[in-house]
Design a protein around this ligand. Structure first.
Ligand code: PMP
Length: 355
């Protein structure tokens, strides 16, 4: 730390992204990226010479064309939608803007919530999950703090029914509920239609997972016009050009090619069922995931040992060290071929262990 670093930030524990090692070629099942390439339309759009020439100019700060196209797909008004640099930025804006009375979020959830709460110096409470790792909606009823819920939750993969989300939203109309739907396209049901009914609900999604665009950094938030106006006030006060021209060009094509991405989601859901079944047959316990990953443990294998053994064999998964989930690993769903390698290696690890 330099002597110039603000002392209020000196104890901040930054978010640790999943590892992106370059030492060898891994089967990468650790950061929930899509195994499928962007659509042909996206690849073509990014290859256009016109796009490269346009880099001379600033991008459209209103992102009008993409916002208009996307709002049609989502069934909302374009002014109920704001585009952000990854959904992390939408979360950042929400933590920055709507949390005067503090925040609550599940104890086991997306690690960035705690980082943002600390970065913005907010009071926060982390609410324990039930024994089966599900969220108990009752814990969020009758509270005043802004709620952040990842739905489906990560890294558990469990989905909380929309009736439960609605119960939390209606229990206190004077506080905001933020639903982070990064993984919604893999079998959950989106709360976006509820934003028409409730002005205290903000829904955040991303192009990083189901739309194969993690590297382009595009997320978005949907809520009533007043909330979106506030988000734009923050956006224009930090980085009005938060979506670059290349990402806008890719996003335009990705929205047009929506069907391609929804087909990929179906494939991932099928491969998730296939992988879950195979791992259960090998003695794993696998939570009921509605995401493009599964959360799994095996009673004969220490979580860290399984992660390290897989890594040694060229398969990368995500291991967390916090007490309650250290026996588990989060495994991204890749193609069927990638998952066959994981299953084969797992079988060998178990055989070696059993001697
Ligand atoms: N929310 C959740 C629950 C996530 O797992 C992630 C991915 N790390 C994000 C938000 C942020 O994704 P991105 O910024 O790539 O949209």
């Amino acid at each position: 730390m330099s002597r110039f670093f603000d002392t209020r930030l000196s104890r901040l524990e930054a978010y640790t992204p999943g590892e992106q090692p370059r030492d060898m070629k891994y089967i990468k099942l650790n950061t929930n990226e899509s195994p499928y390439p962007p659509s042909d339309g996206v690849i073509k759009a990014l290859g256009e010479a016109e796009l490269a020439k346009r880099l001379r100019l600033y991008p459209d700060p209103e992102c009008l064309e993409v916002r208009t196209l996307l709002s049609v797909v989502l069934g909302v008004d374009k002014d109920e939608l704001v585009l952000t640099n990854g959904s992390d930025e939408a979360l950042s804006f929400a933590f920055m803007s709507f949390c005067e009375k503090g925040v609550i979020f599940p104890e086991i959830s997306y690690g960035f919530y705690k980082v943002f709460a600390e970065l913005y110096n907010l009071k926060y409470r982390q609410i324990p999950l039930k024994d089966d790792f599900s969220i108990n909606a009752d814990d969020y009823i009758g509270t005043d703090e802004t709620v952040f819920i990842a739905n489906p939750n990560a890294p558990t993969g469990l989905f909380l029914g929309l009736d439960e989300i609605e119960r939390i939203v209606t229990s206190n109309k004077n506080r905001l509920v933020v639903v982070d739907e990064a993984y919604i396209d893999f079998g959950g049901v989106s709360a976006i239609p509820l934003t028409k009914k409730y002005d205290n609900l903000l829904v955040i999604q991303t192009f990083s997972k189901s739309r194969s665009m993690a590297g382009a950094r595009l997320g978005f938030a949907v809520g009533c016009k007043d909330i979106i106006r506030d988000m734009n006030t923050i956006r224009y006060s930090t980085n009005p050009y938060n979506i670059n021209s290349a990402t806008l060009a890719a996003a335009r094509a990705a929205v047009i090619d929506n069907d391609y991405y929804m087909e990929n989601c179906k494939k991932i859901i099928e491969t998730r069922a296939y992988t879950t079944k195979a791992l259960c047959e090998l003695g794993f316990e696998v939570l009921d995931s509605k995401c493009n990953f599964i959360f799994a443990k095996h009673k004969e294998l220490d979580g860290e040992e399984y992660y390290l053994e897989l890594k040694r064999r060229g398969v990368l998964v995500r291991h967390f060290t916090s007490e309650r989930i250290r026996d588990y690993n989060r495994i991204t769903i890749g193609t069927r071929e990638m998952m066959d390698v994981l299953i084969t290696q797992t079988r060998e690890i178990l055989a070696a262990k059993r001697g």
